[in-house]
Design a protein around this ligand. Sequence first.
Ligand code: SAH
Length: 247
Amino acid sequence: MKLRITATVLMCLLLAASCGKQSISQKGENTMEESGQFAQRRSEMVQYQIRARDITNKKVIEAMLKVERHRFVPEDVKEYSYEDYPLPIGEGQTISQPYIVAFMTEMIAPGPEDKVLEIGTGSGYQAAILAEIVAEVFTIEINEALYRRTKALLSGMGYKNIHTICGDGFAGYPEAAPFDKIIVTAASSEVPPKLFEQLREGGKMIIPVGEGYQELLLITKLNGQMIRENVLPVRFVPLIDKNGKRY
Ligand code: SAH
């Protein structure tokens, strides 16, 4: 209980801080010193938040150990990069809690040949985790400022298998469909029909569904039918259209 209150208070402080100036290096600049200083925290994050819970997929664990989460968050919250909660990334958006990123990635059973669609690029962290494991990642972001910042960050980091797109992910990305897997990182009141359409037969999609309180749904396409499984209660920012209206 005490821990929960402390975490909530800290989140509020971080959100308040995020209303101030946000700065994030365009190239995800990373000094040797910083890299060394955060390596230990990252390995503790993986040990206590990922392995100690139910994540067992080796590729997911390796990716979480490798990707430098502190390069994806604004300067003023960098200090908290490896903590067990979401963080503000500017534009009123958040980077998900590390465990949720690992959990969603594990749930879609990512394979080395997979082409994956992500809706809600945000900081680019989830896209980078996926890009370490699968062949190709297509990621769509509706907020233009975030899109531009993250596109520069990911290409500065040298990711060649991430394709960043600015647009409304509710319609998916027919140009590159069908996708083996789809991961939606913003909550919708229903499963967007176009996304299910663009999922290949046998493919998997993970998506938070619901208003306010949401449930993470794992969807499998079998014989063209939608098999739905509730896997975890969650809280994500909403999936919105160009006018800011919630889907
Ligand atoms: N996956 C991100 C976290 C995303 S937060 C990460 O790893 O950091 C959710 C993101 O979804 C926000 O950046 C928000 O702007 C974006 N978003 C909301 N509605 C969207 C839509 N219709 N299409 C694409 N992106 C959307």
